[in-house]
Design a binder for this molecule. Sequence first.
Ligand code: BDP
Length: 689
Amino acid sequence: MRHIKFIITLCLFNIFILHSNNSYRGENAWLNYRFVEDSVLRNDYKTIIGKIFLSENKFGDVIKSELKISLIKLLGLEVYFTNNVEEAGLCIYIDKNVKCLRKEGFLIKSNDKKIILQSFSDEGLLYGVFYLIRKIQCHNSLKNLNLIEIPQIDLRMLNHWDDIDGNIERGYAGKSLWKWTELPEKIDKKYYDYARLNASIGINGVVLNNVNADPRFLRDDYLMKISALAEIFRKYNIRIYITANFASPIKPSKTPDEMKAWGGIGDLDTADPGNENVQIWWKKKIEEIYRLIPDFGGFLIKANSEGMPGPQDYNCSHADGANMLARLLKPYGGFILWRTFVYNKNVDNDRMKRSYKEFKPLDGQFEDNVILQTKNGPLDFQVIEPPQPLFGAMKHTNMAAELQITQEYTGHSTYLVYLLPLWKWFLRFDTYCEGKGSTISKILKGNLYGRNITAIAGVANTGSSVNWTEHHFAQANWFAYGKLAWNPDVLENSVTIEWIKCTWSNDIYCVETIKNMMCSTWKSFINASSPYGLGLTMDIPTHYRADFNIRANKEWQVDNIGIGNDRSDKGSNFVSQYYEPNSLIFNEIVTCPEDLLLSFHYVEWNYIMKSGNTLKDDFFYKLKSGIFQVKRNIYLWKSLEKYIDYVRYEDVLNSLICEKHDATRFYCDAVSFFYSRINMIDINQINKF
Ligand code: BDP
């Protein structure tokens, strides 16, 4: 009888899986727990983790529920928790002797019969459990493990550019996840799912609102709403941060539209950081915040940039502004993340030089709970641009990298562009600030100058879209960012494979094919939109497609002799902001890496490239790469039809078809620009696609 009951349950379970696969829309992202079909493997897992011992810890509920959900789906296993360490196959506990694991690390040891997951603190257990589950998702053996995982960066944050009205600046996946009109009374289930996805990849901080900060977020009513979110996120070890408008202490402006730039929520006439009343205002505000949110992370601030107010409005420096707030946050353990994204025209004619020129003289002047949050490049999240030379130059200041996960300049949610290769390329860059081997990765980890606090931020690509990111493959950028934030030296290939297995399939052909589709997309997007690192090429204001026409002879020079930017010592001398030998290497056309050639040089069209062809031939050939890439991806994706669930298969195919359409159109526009305006090429060269 019991046997029959078991068979019926198994059949129903399989029908359920089949059915849910047909309507699955990607909502679980990489926590897509699919049944392990291989019965030998499944039984192996089951025998070892049938009984679990879990010590008391503050994430106990979340851990238990994740183990329950995952193991029933992956293995059909009803989890049994025991208090008896001896009988448990999986033992999860805190050990105060393993201090070396620090606050969030964990270790896993196993043999054929037992797995030990240990940490020094509660946080480590949370991350360790997600790690173990992922091993099962990837069909990896749980036997004979002996590993230690410690996050290499302390604050691993997502920055949401979400506005108070529910829109997302540069967001391509629907509306904001935060339903301000419903909070704090109504709690959307998605808040939990979002927190869970983040915890599973080690994200431990979330900035809720846009850097172009609406001061109303600091009003009492909004703080109540924010504290409701904080309560949920705390369960997943995620701290909340708010982007604060520097002019918040000022009286509100008359019309709400003006609030961003001109008004505040206070009753003062100034936001001067040296003014005592301003300091008192912030002190009270900070007290209020910590009363509601005891683990509040701090403020992110965009000051004196793109019209946002800041200390310079009062003849004070960025350091004066940041320090005033940092001192008030310090007693509570809060941080100031101060952005270095400034490009004031009066500072220098060359935009690439401006941020460095403003911040380098301030090195050493910031409080130790100030972190300068700095975009990877000196322009603005271009698909490729030279690394920002402030990395390495600020030896006495905490530096965080700001990466952009949302694809503002890399095809929005239409293009499949996998950004991990870009980020790895940036992190591997050797600044030479302390001699050979002074990579940006080391700077961020705090290894080079022994920093006490380290941080990284990614501009989020999530929204109300069912699958969070609209393009299913954009989930990969979110996942990869989390893995990179945990360990900037993580291997690209292992992250990619893990994401594919957890999200799509464990089938070897499927894994290889999807990897193949993803890995060259960064390069092909560069080639199609900004060959040889030309620089700002995207249209205004959407930044979706390369518009050479609008950018020509503004952001870079072009004529029928050549193209590019002279930033050598004969031009703007931006190269001098780098340490030697980078400054020397970038300075010469012959030694400058071709990937960045046009960022640093104006190069004649008939210059012979490493390929042996002229720049002109290679440049125009590269412009076609976007079309080659997407055609190839369509071909590869179609070969996966039988492996992929229906809705997601169709969604991706449709995205690829749109991408092909747009890539073709943009290529034709680009070629006709060079033909008609620069009078360079024969119109007959425009191939018909
Ligand atoms: C640019 C975006 C703009 C942001 C700005 C920033 O176009 O929407 O406000 O960066 O980072 O990339 O502050």
